[in-house]
Ligand binder design. Structure first.
Ligand SMILES: [Mn+2]
Length: 336
């Protein structure tokens, strides 16, 4: 639901960090109120801490709270989106979904059930994973009745048919989303590939990525981005997805392990943190219906830099929500 013009300041504001130091209090995302009742809310952080869909390192169940802890330094004005987010939107932290550790299908049900009232309230969720298997449940909740375009930043295709003969995990969710009619591949793109595919039919080579084209997706490798630059990449993404209903999923393993070591399946050669943020900022003006940031592993996260980047990516998603086309039509100024 696009934001409406407001005659009064939105009801929910972060704690004033000029009167209360940022390191005080229970950490919520960006020091926003922890709110159950979503009436009047535009955007909500929702933790989706399921992490037993991984094939390598577990531990992303601890990511939402690590990202909250890292997010206390975020400010109210987004300088690059050029928008005072909390004057435009009612933003809150809605807490975490009660997933069932070790049981993916029950966790998927829990995620969809928890998202239903969020979406029925007209709230756009910014979901904090969890591993990337969670995104299938996020899309089941969001893309009901109408497939969405997907922008996926990721080192891996996440498009295999099965891993260990299992259909649901963090390497198969995108193919399942196609199978279930949740995604429109013709309006979708995967950006940042470099990890060799694996699985029964994989050859551990560039051809592994052809699976995406066979499913109707476009893809750009991390080295396409390094060669062509951020601006050309943003142009390519925008040409692909247009401005209609789109879901943005940001796997932190799209970023180089030098900048984001705390992740489950790291692959050298990824984006810098600056490139990652510019790629996200570049998508202002798309009608995003939901967002997630996934695969942060605090246990492997030197100095908390991955959680810090994830906090800034999620914050930039707030900026994207404030700059959606229908929001811009009714806004009182402020644009990129
Ligand atoms: Mn992924």
């Amino acid at each position: 639901m696009p934001s409406q013009p407001r005659s009064v300041a939105p009801r929910y504001q972060p704690v004033d960090s000029m009167s209360s130091p940022r390191f005080t209090g229970p950490p919520t995302f960006a020091r926003l109120p922890l709110v159950d009742d979503l009436e009047g809310v535009d955007v909500a952080i929702v933790g989706s801490p399921f992490d037993t869909g991984v094939t390598n390192r577990p531990g992303a169940r601890f990511a939402p709270n690590a990202i909250r802890q890292a997010s206390v330094m975020l400010r109210g004005y987004h300088p690059f989106a050029g928008v005072p987010v909390y004057e435009r939107l009612n933003c809150v932290d809605h807490g975490d979904i009660a997933v069932v550790p070790g049981f993916i299908e029950r966790s998927y049900e829990a995620i969809v059930d928890a998202l239903r009232p969020v979406l029925e309230s007209g709230v756009t969720p910014v979901l904090l994973g969890g591993d990337h298997s969670c995104t299938l449940a996020h899309l089941r909740g969001i893309a009901t009745g109408e497939p969405v375009g997907v922008v996926q930043f990721d080192a891996h295709t996440d498009c295999w048919d099965e891993i260990f003969e299992e259909p649901y995990n963090h390497g198969t969710w995108l193919r399942r989303a196609v199978d279930e009619g949740l995604v429109d591949p013709a309006r979708s793109i995967v950006v940042g590939l470099r990890g060799a595919a694996f699985g029964r039919d994989a050859g551990y080579g560039p051809k592994d990525w052809v699976i995406l084209e066979e499913l109707g997706f476009q893809y750009l490798t991390a080295f396409d981005v390094h060669r062509d630059g951020v601006d050309a990449t943003v142009d390519a993404i925008r040409r692909r997805v247009g401005v209609e209903r789109t879901y943005l999923t940001f796997d932190v393993d799209s970023v180089d392990p030098a900048f984001a070591p705390g992740t489950g399946t790291p692959e050298p050669g990824g984006f810098t943190s600056a490139q990652a943020l510019q790629l996200v900022w570049g998508l202002a003006g798309v009608e995003f219906v939901g967002f997630d940031v996934v695969e942060v592993l605090p246990a492997y996260d030197s100095a908390g830099i991955t959680a810090m980047l994830a906090a800034h990516v999620a914050w930039s998603m707030f900026g994207l929500a404030a700059l959606r086309p229908q929001a811009a039509l009714v806004s009182d100024g402020g644009s990129v």
